[in-house]
Design a protein around this ligand. Structure first.
Ligand SMILES: [Zn+2]
Length: 485
């Protein structure tokens, strides 16, 4: 009897093992024929010089609007017109405050236009961190095969890269079939009012874009465990943002005779509850599509897990939730940031409050998140107030022409590269342009390694010279292909 039981158990386990192994061995990328890497040759020295020169303009976006350094923005615009004369002659320029919209008329007016966008404003250098920079943040130094300074990654390389690419095409007598717009924002870092004005103007003219490509993620080198190939997460959606205020109430009074529960402890309990019950999230839809593809290039152990998500789904979810960046890709995140209590050391507060900043995954809405928070912490003692926010974007199609053109262009320049749909964790100007586009993509064709990440809004922002050149070459392909079909 017992022997029979073990025998059938053994048979089941064996069957399970063969199924999971078969799944694993099938979970590999199609080995298509190697792609011939073939980018056009550009004047690299000039492109590098131009990015370096653009960094010297202190086009800083300050939170305090009155600090706007208008002269620097004026100077940048003037410099761009002198540095890219063909671009300014062939394209039509319209200015919205200090944001720029260029139009390159296509030969076939029946085709919906495409739009490329970036921003030339940069965030300030945090006072006191200047000494931590290996090179001065606004000198545009070229050293150690890198171009250094604010905007080298975010996002002057994007703006300069696009002007370099378009200039190359003009010099080589390229004429687009599909009309191309270039939108260069001057205030992306503080909300993107310029991009909003440009979008509004295009909308009024009845422009509906075939697709748009703007600032987003980069070509990743060494970000995924065990993956040797380059991964290009082309972002097809952008997270939303919202703030809630959690307000705990209690009787006030003198701090010498506190009751058992005060507004502060009630608030603390509520915050712990929220931490213990995050918004649900798992590998599904967009994130599943990304990991399914990337995991095909991972070592056996990971492939085994991802190929059998039907069996190991929960394990994978809890594993990836422990990494903040990946956690942010699969769920709406909850971050308490600002706290308020009593105004005096010996006074019990009648209200204690915490501001919670949420980044909304496209699966959630402002309403569903507010409801979740009310269900978890709402009570007679705890009130949940909505302070404002913005829904997550729609999800663009990763089987549509725009995505395919970007991914095919990357293949042509980088060769062994895997393009996958990604989710933008931060906000970008695309949230404006996407209102008038069938599909919107957020991606910069420059490659970065994990150590580059501290440069974004941090110290030692710099871009590898070869990476910048490859990015310009990729832009040339994307613009040419995108406006030809
Ligand atoms: Zn940016």
């Amino acid at each position: 009897m017992l022997k029979k039981f073990f025998l059938s158990l053994f048979t089941i386990l064996l069957a399970l093992l063969s199924v999971t192994l078969v799944q694993t061995f099938m979970h590999v990328a199609d080995e298509s024929k190697p792609i011939e890497v073939k980018g056009v040759s550009i004047d690299e020295a000039k492109a590098i010089q131009n990015l370096s020169a653009s960094i010297k303009f202190k086009t800083i976006s300050h939170q305090e609007r009155e600090k706007f350094p208008q002269q620097e923005f004026d100077n940048f615009i003037k410099w761009a017109s002198l540095t890219y004369p063909e671009f300014h002659q062939v394209l039509m320029l319209e200015q919205f405050e200090h944001s720029l919209l260029f139009k390159w008329e296509g030969s076939d007016a029946t085709l919906a236009p495409i739009l490329f966008e970036g921003h030339y404003d940069v965030v300030p250098v945090i006072p006191g961190t200047e000494d931590l920079w290996e090179e001065m943040p606004f000198a545009g130094t070229i050293a150690k095969n890198r171009i250094w300074g604010r905007g080298a990654l975010d996002d002057k390389s994007g703006v300069i890269g696009l002007m370099e690419a378009a200039t190359y095409l003009i010099q080589n007598d390229f004429q687009p079939k599909r009309t191309i717009y270039f939108g260069f924002g001057h205030d992306e870092e503080i909300g993107g009012g310029g991009a909003a004005l440009i979008t509004e103007k295009l909308r009024k003219e009845g422009v509906q874009l075939h697709w748009s490509l703007g600032e987003g993620s980069f070509v990743n080198r060494g970000f995924f465990p065990g993956v040797k190939k380059l991964i290009a997460p082309i972002n097809v959606a952008e997270k939303g943002i919202m703030n809630l205020m959690i307000v705990a109430k209690a009787k006030g009074g003198h701090s010498s005779t506190p009751p058992k529960r005060t507004a502060v402890t009630i608030l603390a309990e509520a915050l712990v509850k929220l931490e213990k019950e995050p918004l649900p999230g798992s590998l599904e839809g967009l994130s599943a599509a990304m990991f399914d593809e990337v995991s095909k290039h991972m070592p056996f152990g990971y492939r085994f897990l991802f190929a059998n998500r039907w069996l190991f789904g929960d394990m994978i979810d809890s594993q990836i939730s422990s990494t903040p960046v990946i956690n942010a890709m699969i769920r709406t995140t909850t971050a308490p940031t600002m706290l308020n209590g009593s105004i005096k050391s010996n006074v019990l507060p009648i209200e204690a409050s915490a501001l919670i900043n949420f980044r909304l995954h496209p699966r959630d809405s402002i309403n569903s998140v507010t409801e979740h928070v009310r269900r978890v912490v709402g009570s007679d003692e705890v009130e949940v107030r909505y302070l404002g926010g913005m829904e997550a974007s729609d999800i663009s199609s990763w089987t549509s022409p725009g995505f395919k053109i970007v991914s095919a262009s990357l293949d042509k320049i980088y060769g062994d590269i895997v393009s996958v749909p990604g989710l933008m964790i931060a906000a970008s100007d695309t949230r404006h342009y996407s209102k008038i586009a069938d599909n919107s993509f957020r991606f910069n064709p420059f490659s970065i390694v994990p150590e580059d990440m501290t440069g974004f809004h941090g110290t030692n922002e710099s871009i590898d010279i070869d990476s910048f050149v490859s990015g310009v070459q990729t832009y040339i392909e994307i613009i040419r292909e995108g406006s030809s079909s």
